[in-house]
Design a protein around this ligand. Sequence first.
Ligand code: FES
Ligand code: FE2
Length: 373
Amino acid sequence: MGALLDDRAIAQRILDHIDNQTTDLGESCWREPVENYRSPERLELELERAFRTTPTPLCPSAALPTPGSYLARDAAGVPLLAVRGADGVARVFRNACRHRGTQLACGHGREKAFVCRYHGWAYGLDGALRNVPHDYGFPELDKTTHGLVPVRTEERSGIVFVTQQPTTDAPQPIDAPDGLLGPELQLIAMNESVTEANWKIVAEGFLEGYHIFSTHRESFYPVQFDNLNVIERFGRNSRVTFPYRNIQKLRTVEPEQRRVAGTLTHVYHFFPNVIVATFPKRMVMTVLEPQGISATRTVNYTLAAEVTLATDKEGVERDAGFVNRGAREDRDVVESIQRGMASGANEVFEFGRFEAAIVHFHRNLDEAIAVGA
Ligand code: FES
Ligand SMILES: [Fe+2]
């Protein structure tokens, strides 16, 4: 993994940008064909060759806090069931009974076992088929080969990653900063909504600060800066940092003593479709699940530290208002882009040097699609 800047380096880079009225710049621009946002064939390739072959965050570890905790969700159009076993290990299965395919769970909760509601086949938390009612009706059934079908799962940095269609037998490397979602975090909310836009337009909205003044004039801009970001890449992922105006207080702190918590938002983009954003009092993981070519289900997992919840509930609520207002503004723009595509005005969308994390995203997406060709 390419190393990300530490607190001291990132604070210095931001203070220098403020002094020089500059921002991070990518080496090159990018022109993305509009057709790639409108083509169902392209979406199929994206799902097949990028989403399903990449170790992708399914949910935060905090969504599976104890043995028996489960969470069911579609990922890249495939129904999955994540479960924490009695041994504490997080496992993910394809969410379908091995008898005749009924889904075993929906939503999230806690169970001792999964019993199919159709005919009662029962599976353990480890996915093993434990019981078949009246099993003399299946004289040839080998229970040991009829457990739930597992998906390659790895838990790292407080995130449950799944690889639905591994391209190698060896585990694929996972690029995730150490300790990103720490064990002190609790899941405080899970919500979802549908945005009427292609998933890539939604993703792009998270990955640059060039629009802070124009789009977020009364929400983010009063506390942040327009077009002032640090942009880093790690593997196929990126991290875009959005400083707050209060970062100026670090000028009077010795460089080695500088801590950036509360003075910026880091937006981590996990290729291809997951965002983790840090706010002063909460963290949000956002999963973008395509619902066809022109709609995206946005699933948000919101986390906060136990101690913050105990001592500063107000702060946690304040963050929510801040984030939600900005998110509504982004959604308006994103849906407008989707509608605007019908104008036929653009054959390509232009991404400039401020939008380097988006360039990185499209370059990697093109490469992933080309590799499978
Ligand atoms: S489909 Fe699950 S027990 Fe029959
Ligand atoms: Fe925005």
